[in-house]
Design a protein. Structure first.
Length: 69
């Protein structure tokens, strides 16, 4: 499953902050953030349907996140 989110992850330091959080999730196969997009789109490839774990993890790292697809 591919899930996309609107975030406020907007720079390299933000990506460095959220990287260990997303990399630690068992259900995340890969992810990337488009910081050039005005909505700072986070795309996550999941091996299940559990988007809530991604949302909670990104929020725990101090970022806003909203599922858009």
């Amino acid at each position: 499953m591919i899930a996309t989110f609107k975030t406020n992850i907007n720079c390299g330091n933000c990506i460095r902050t959220v990287s260990p959080v997303l990399n630690a999730l068992d259900n995340v196969e890969s992810w990337q953030v488009d910081i050039e997009n005005p909505d700072k789109i986070l795309t996550v490839e999941l091996d299940d349907q559990d988007v809530d774990t991604v949302i909670k993890s990104v929020e725990s790292a101090g970022f806003e996140i909203l599922l858009i697809d």
